[in-house]
Design a protein around this ligand. Structure first.
Ligand code: PGA
Length: 253
């Protein structure tokens, strides 16, 4: 059985004080939740404070991105080992906003994922098609290409520290969620791809999150699909009550 994993991606939001207020609520209210793993991805400037506040809880602190080199002349970047040093245990790589606005490619996402694993952290590798690609019937081909690049050079041992997040770009921040059936179709395809790459037994253990306008009202229907193992939540992770409701919806019934 895969333990669902629900991660709040706060994007470019929240001061240190606001971040601490939110995680304090989460820590107090999610302390007793069983059967679901939880993480939050604050901005880098708040990450260390958040990780400190979460010490002694099972809520993981995640980076939203990293550079693929560990150190050096890379002004403005942060590396996986330094995120680990600041208290992160996971790093999101290949988010569609990184691909769209900051030049991330499937190849660089793969380098980042390998750097994350080399730093002994878990990598959440994001994939997902644009609306035009879905309309052109290219969804599965796009996802295949992003998986091939994002997981390049990763073996079955590395796969144990990988989570895939399927986030259709047209559903991110738009209020327009994929239907559970639309999401499940892609998740099943991703699992088959993983089985082909790593073997069925390993593929069965890899969690595949759904992301894109997940909210309390649609979380349970999405996460009751067979191959949907949690969620990567943007907007609805900024309020404790909404995020907690989504976490609770992910518990296996
Ligand atoms: P959203 O964002 O929940 O606001 O759609 C999801 C994401 O970008 O990870």
């Amino acid at each position: 059985m895969r333990t669902p994993f629900v991660v709040g991606n706060w994007k470019l939001n929240k001061t240190i004080a606001e971040s601490l207020a939110l995680v304090t609520d989460l820590k107090n209210q999610l302390g007793a939740v069983k059967g679901v793993a939880v993480g939050v991805a604050p901005v880098f400037s708040a990450l260390h404070s958040v990780a400190k506040r979460l010490e002694g809880s099972s809520i993981a602190t995640c980076g939203q991105n990293c550079h693929y080199e560990a150190s050096g002349a890379w002004t403005g970047e942060v590396s996986a080992p330094l995120l680990a040093d600041a208290g992160a245990s996971w790093v999101i790589v290949g988010h569609s906003e990184r691909r769209q606005f900051f030049g991330d490619t499937s190849e660089s996402v793969g380098k980042k994922a390998r750097a994350v694993l080399a730093a002994n952290l878990g990598a959440i590798v994001c994939v997902g098609e644009l609306l035009a690609e879905r309309d052109a019937g290219r969804t599965l081909a796009v996802v295949d290409e992003q998986l091939a690049g994002g997981l390049a050079g990763i073996d079955a041992a590395g796969a144990a520290k990988i989570v895939i997040a399927y986030e259709p770009v047209w559903a991110i921040g738009t209020g327009r969620t994929a239907t559970p059936a639309q999401a499940q179709e892609v998740h099943a395809h991703i699992r088959a791809w993983l089985a082909n790459r790593f073997g069925a037994a390993t593929a069965d253990t890899i969690r595949i999150q759904y992301g894109g306008s997940v909210k309390p009202s649609n979380a349970e229907a999405l996460m009751s699909e067979k191959d949907i193992d949690g969620a990567l939540v943007g907007g609805a992770s900024l309020e404790a009550a909404d995020f907690i409701a989504i976490v609770k919806a992910a518990r296996p019934s």
